[in-house]
Design a binder for this molecule. Structure first.
Ligand SMILES: [Zn+2]
Length: 289
């Protein structure tokens, strides 16, 4: 079990999921004067700034259309809404929200953004094409034509740091910039376990075989609906080389090079930003000794 939640995890509200199917209960929460909405538009979450600190711009729940019940906090019911823009607020990118909001608030906007992203991109039944309607307080879309039920999706992505003693394997995507290396990652495919996905991705992207993959921690990544699953893997063989277009370079970095990058020294490596689970994996490896 990890000590601290990764960025975009750590929301502290009670999701009260057992009440989602109770339409009357949900309607009562909507009518509650203490009900508030987290507003996340297409450009990102709306925030207010106070003395240099930003926080989600919570508003009274205005419309019921497209509103999703998120749960309960100490102040009352919380909903997610795609609009309207709250007064005295501005929209920021989810990435900036992840970097600047307090952990529980970043978790809250990731939750709201994730579920609203899903509604925005799944208006129709994937089986027959009919426009679906929202049910279960926003956690289900039902097709009125064929009866199919569609659940919010989360796409699992494995991200893994391969270590071999005092060196660690990092890759760089074509658009990332010269020295921006990170842990390798890829989507889990149907009929595949997480450990199989870890081994396959490393073989496909870097030509590397591993012995053991050990789970570390996970991170919601609402761009638009991923769940990053972090692993440490031990190297077993293969000379790292780029095998497909997903990476422009993949290579070993020494412990000294990685430690220097963490100290902010100029060198061959810029480590991933604090909001990325890759940074945590690298830190865990560095701290091992
Ligand atoms: Zn249908």
């Amino acid at each position: 079990v990890s000590a601290a939640p990764n960025t975009f995890a750590g929301a502290t509200l009670d999701r009260a999921a057992q009440h989602r199917t109770d339409e009357r209960w949900v309607a009562e929460r909507l009518a509650d004067p203490a009900a508030r909405a987290v507003v996340v538009g297409e450009e990102g979450p709306w925030v207010r700034e106070q003395e240099g600190e930003i926080m989600p711009a919570l508003t009274p729940v205005a419309a019921t259309d497209g509103v999703v019940f998120l749960g309960l906090d100490d102040a009352g019911p919380l909903f997610a809404a795609p609009e309207p823009a709250p007064p005295d607020a501005r929209a920021i990118s989810l990435r900036e929200a992840g970097a600047r909001l307090r952990t529980p608030d970043a978790g809250l906007v990731a939750y709201a953004a994730g579920i609203l992203n899903w509604h925005r991109s799944h208006p129709h039944c994937s089986r027959c094409g009919t426009k679906t309607r929202i049910a279960e307080a926003g956690f289900l879309r039902v097709c009125p034509s064929c009866g199919a039920e569609h659940h919010p999706r989360t796409d699992p992505v494995v991200i893994m740091l391969v270590a071999d003693g005092d060196r660690v394997l990092l890759g760089r995507g074509p658009t990332w910039g010269e020295r921006n290396y990170s842990a390798l990652a890829g989507f889990v495919e149907p009929g595949e376990s997480l450990e199989e996905a870890v081994a396959r991705e490393l073989r496909e992207e870097a030509g590397v075989e591993i012995a053991v993959a050990t789970y570390s921690s996970s991170q919601p990544w609402p761009f638009p609906s991923s769940l990053m699953l972090g692993f440490h893997a031990s190297y077993a063989g293969g000379e790292p080389h780029v095998r497909d277009r997903e990476l422009e370079d993949v290579r070993w970095f020494t412990r000294d090079e990685v430690a220097a990058a963490f100290r902010g020294e100029e060198g061959p490596l810029h480590i991933p930003p604090p909001i990325a689970i890759a940074r945590r994996l690298i830190e865990e490896w560095l701290d091992e000794r």
